[in-house]
Design a protein around this ligand. Structure first.
Ligand code: DAH
Length: 357
């Protein structure tokens, strides 16, 4: 029995992997294993012999089983150890320059805009890019015969003639998020909604997909004066200038009354755009006081609440701020362009650290 014990303990100790260990288990304590067979021989012994050999064999079997289990655990530990030392990753290393991606100017500008409005208490709202014509047009006071509907060059989703559901379209502006957020949250409300919008148009300053940010502020005593202040603060912060003049031009949008288009003061001296100086004007956004019908369509009582809304072209702002001449290049996914105009990935825009530094 001592020989058996020594033999198996040595073999188990030397086993190189789990398969070898399993073989040893079968050989020693499996059904036809050496130790099992010995146990069967107990039946042929005299009672006296059995009384001595029985417990010894049982103890041996237990010892072998324990040795097998311990070796199995040690092998598993060693395998894990080997894997860990092979697959390690030093997360304290700085990102290697040759592997660094860059932040797309649209993402950068969206983050900048969000940081500025967040500082003024605006939350970020979202809505679907595929929406119904109720949210994109009707609820915003643009009925089916309205010319604004044709001006928007809408993409319609395909649908079967028998389909009776409301037509789905790619949203032509972010204004439907006004309706959706008021439905959800009611008033008072203060949100911006950045996102993708779609129109069938393509030239140096138009792409079929582009980006807008919607703004909405509704409460009991919000006026045009609040709108003017918010937009002035925004433009100064965004273009990182101390002072800038805004020009409000009377305009028309079905969802606002009164409506204003806003221009910012700029100069084009030497072909370089400078915001906040000179005597040229640049149109940057549409805005106005939200039309009572729009509030009503979204479940807000216009006798109790009022407020302003605005819509800004994000791509347009990115072109202006970072001197990017052609909008189409934004979406060509040209690596050289991205390297040139992209932003460092580890520096999130924040007002306290400087938006674009
Ligand atoms: N939705 C308009 C567009 O895409 C932009 C706009 C104008 C949004 C005035 C507004 C607004 O919220 O008040 O052309």
């Amino acid at each position: 029995m001592d020989d058996l014990r020594d033999k198996y303990l040595t073999l188990i100790n030397d086993a190189g992997d789990e398969a070898a260990l399993e073989e040893l288990r079968v050989q020693a304590v499996g059904k036809k294993g050496e130790i099992s067979l010995k146990m069967r021989e107990l039946g042929k012994m005299t009672p006296d012999e059995r009384q001595v050999a029985g417990p010894k064999l049982n103890a041996l079997k237990d010892e072998i089983n324990a040795a097998l289990a311990a070796k199995k655990a040690a092998l598993a530990d060693a395998a894990l150890e080997a894997r860990l030392s092979e697959e390690w990753l030093d997360v304290t290393l700085p990102a290697r320059p040759q592997r660094q991606g860059s932040i797309h100017p649209i993402s950068q500008v969206t983050e900048e805009i969000t940081a500025i409005f967040a500082d003024m208490g605006f939350a970020v709202a979202e809505g679907p890019q595929i929406d119904t014509d109720w949210y994109v047009f009707d609820a915003l006071n643009i009925p089916s015969h309205h010319p604004a509907r044709a001006e928007m060059d809408t993409f319609y989703m395909h649908r079967d003639e028998a389909d009776e559901r409301a037509p789905h379209i790619l949203r032509t502006h972010t204004s439907p998020v006004q309706i959706r957020s008021m439905e959800k949250q009611g008033a008072p409300i203060r949100v911006i909604a950045p996102g993708r919008v779609y129109r069938a148009d393509y030239d140096q300053t138009h792409t079929p997909m582009f980006h807008q940010v919607e703004g909405l502020c509704i409460d009991k005593d919000i006026s045009m004066a609040n709108l003017k202040w918010v937009l002035e603060e925004f433009v100064k912060a965004f273009f990182e200038v101390d002072d800038v003049e805004l020009r409000f031009r009377a305009s028309h949008f079905p969802f606002t009354e009164p409506s204003a288009e806003v221009d910012i003061q700029c100069s084009w001296e030497g072909g370089v755009l400078k915001v906040g100086e000179g005597d040229d004007w640049l149109e940057v956004l549409g805005s106005g006081m939200v039309h009572p019908d729009v509030l009503r369509n979204a479940g807000v009582d216009p006798d109790e609440y009022q407020g302003f809304a605005f819509g800004i072209g994000i791509d347009r702002l990115a072109m202006l701020k970072y001197g990017i001449p052609d909008l189409r290049a934004f979406f060509d996914a040209d690596l050289r362009w991205l390297k040139h105009y992209g932003f460092a990935p580890l520096e999130a825009p924040a007002l306290h650290s400087g938006l674009s530094k």
